[in-house]
Design a protein around this ligand. Structure first.
Ligand SMILES: [Zn+2]
Length: 527
């Protein structure tokens, strides 16, 4: 093993953001961000980049810390009053990320040498006054540096991106620009030039007028009639359901996603079939060898685990090679062709493991990044704040409506989704005693394994007290009271159960009275 302990810690720090498609940590590792103004915005932005692992931050601020700053400038603490903001921020950022470099200037932005600006890849304006913004803008335009300017005021804020001419960045979308120019050209045409175009526009206007007339005569009166009817009964008939509650979380997830531990359990019954399986198998192998699960915070355990996983991975590659190129075929192939096969297999299953990848697989981690976390966290705080006022009988604004917002950080777009409260929701709906579950089973699973899979998914059912049936045909697959239907070794495939078929589990005897759930609708997925 050639990895230095420091490298292991460093790559582990950024493991989650590396799960994001297209992410390249090297870009961040080599980046320099200059932040002008280390106030509320500057603190947040500096913290974001420090956490993400930027190589260097350049902080500029000519202010000292005041007590009133402590309510929102999260890098400063009581006792810092009177010290230079840029200097204290640098200290705190280095505590957060010891691999970071920070240059700081307790200085007017206008007085900084241009070389300081030149070093930055991107300049971020987080200033609190108009004149400083104008000066920073001028500097960035002169040295052709892209700038991201931001400001907030009470509950509002703006972000403006400034890309100067000659920065080397392409900002606009060519197709969209062509379309804009086409539209401008259309506006500039005259009736003399293109009489047909104008005639067509006029005709469209006439048609639109006609549509309006039809609406006013035939559609609006009916709408008004219905409106009156609904208004009369709204308060007692609709208000309790519509005004004072939202769909619940479970309304959006009728079927809980398959449990990964279950997938893992399946893997261990068979041979690993992908790179994730190899790591899961390695974890079990580690436990067998050393008597405990690997502690991913201990570097030597990570190194040992990686060795085992790598061994499994190489066996997987070899197995696939032998399957695809059986020995009789091997004799007909040249050295180069054999090498090509091996290379193909390597590409299919990906490169050797990195430690942070193993942690992501075993912990079933989800890709995450600080920038998006900030946006979402801030929206959550803002909604919680409004609700807090509301529960105290005060109003600083209505809660989000629709109650669900999706933020896409790639397009900078917020989309509100009109989610619907489900009457058949297992949490807030009117149906009681039913639960939808998805289980994952190996291809060769038998009826007995259904109970095992349910247990791993969190539903421990006594096979002696539950019956398994096909909800469509009512065929009985398992009935502990009937000897002829009590063979746990019958394969699901021989019962003609296919992947994603649904089966029902219903209670018998004691379970009939004791179980809160009267029916499990179980989707069986083969892996
Ligand atoms: Zn619900």
């Amino acid at each position: 093993m050639t990895e230095k302990p420091d490298d292991i810690v460093k790559s582990r720090m950024y493991a989650r953001q590396q799960l994001i498609d297209g992410w390249d940590q090297e870009v961040i590792n080599d980046g320099v961000i200059m932040i002008i103004g280390v106030g509320a915005l500057g603190c947040e932005i500096a913290k974001d980049f420090a956490l993400m692992g930027i190589k260097k931050l350049i902080l500029v601020d000519l202010d000292t810390i005041e007590t009133s700053n402590l309510s929102r400038q999260m890098l400063f603490r009581p006792g810092d009053e009177g010290r230079a903001k840029a200097e204290v921020a640098a200290e705190r950022l280095l505590e957060m990320n010891p691999y970071l470099k920070v240059d700081y200037y307790f200085e007017k932005l206008q007085k900084l040498p241009m070389a300081v600006y030149e070093e930055a890849d991107i300049v971020v304006g987080a200033l609190d006054n108009f004149n400083a913004r104008l000066d920073l803008n001028k500097i960035c335009l002169r040295i052709k540096k892209p700038m991201v300017e931001g400001a907030t005021h009470a509950f509002e804020g703006h972000v403006q991106i400034v890309i100067p001419e000659g920065s080397g960045l392409q900002y606009k979308n060519k197709e969209r620009e062509i379309e804009n120019l086409v539209q401008t050209r259309l506006w500039e045409t005259t009736e003399m030039e293109y009489p047909e175009y104008f005639a067509a526009q006029k005709r469209i206007e006439e048609l639109e007028e006609e549509i309006e007339t039809i609406k006013a005569e035939k559609i609006t009166p009916l709408i008004q009639k219905f409106r009156k009817e609904i208004e009369m009964v709204f308060d007692w008939k609709y208000a309790p359901e519509l005004l004072d509650l939202t769909p619940c979380y479970r309304c959006l997830v009728p079927i809980p996603p398959a449990d990964d531990k279950l997938v893992a359990a399946c893997t261990l019954k068979g041979l690993p079939r992908n790179r994730n399986h190899c790591v899961i198998k390695a974890e079990v192998e580690f436990e067998k060898r050393y008597g405990h699960k690997p502690d991913l915070n201990l570097n030597d355990e990570v190194v040992k685990l990686k060795e085992i996983a790598q061994g499994e991975f190489e066996k997987l590659r070899e197995r696939v090679f032998n399957e695809n190129v059986p020995s009789e075929k091997r004799e007909t192939l040249s050295e180069e062709e054999l090498e090509e096969w091996k290379l193909n297999i390597k590409e299919t299953f990906g490169p050797d493991y990195k430690f942070e990848e193993m942690e992501n697989i075993l912990g079933n981690k989800i890709a995450a990044i600080q920038t998006v976390s900030s946006v979402i966290a801030s929206i959550q705080s803002q909604e919680a704040l409004k609700l807090l006022f509301r529960v105290n009988g005060r109003n600083i604004g209505a809660p989000m409506d629709p109650p669900y917002v999706n933020y896409n950080g790639i397009y900078g777009q917020f989309d509100h989704l009109n989610i619907i409260k489900r009457d058949d929701c297992l949490a807030c709906g009117k149906i009681e005693g039913e639960e939808n579950v998805q289980i994952v089973v190996p291809f060769d699973a038998d009826v007995g394994y259904i109970f095992e899979a349910m247990k791993i998914t969190g539903y421990e059912l006594d096979p002696e007290l539950w019956m398994i049936t096909n909800p469509m045909t009512k065929e009985i697959y398992w009935n502990p009271y009937m000897p002829s239907l009590k063979d746990p070794n019958i394969k699901l495939t021989s019962l003609k159960i296919k992947s994603n078929d649904v089966i029902s589990l219903t209670p018998l005897g004691k379970a009939l009275t004791e179980s809160e759930i009267k029916k499990y609708n179980v989707i069986i997925t083969f892996m």
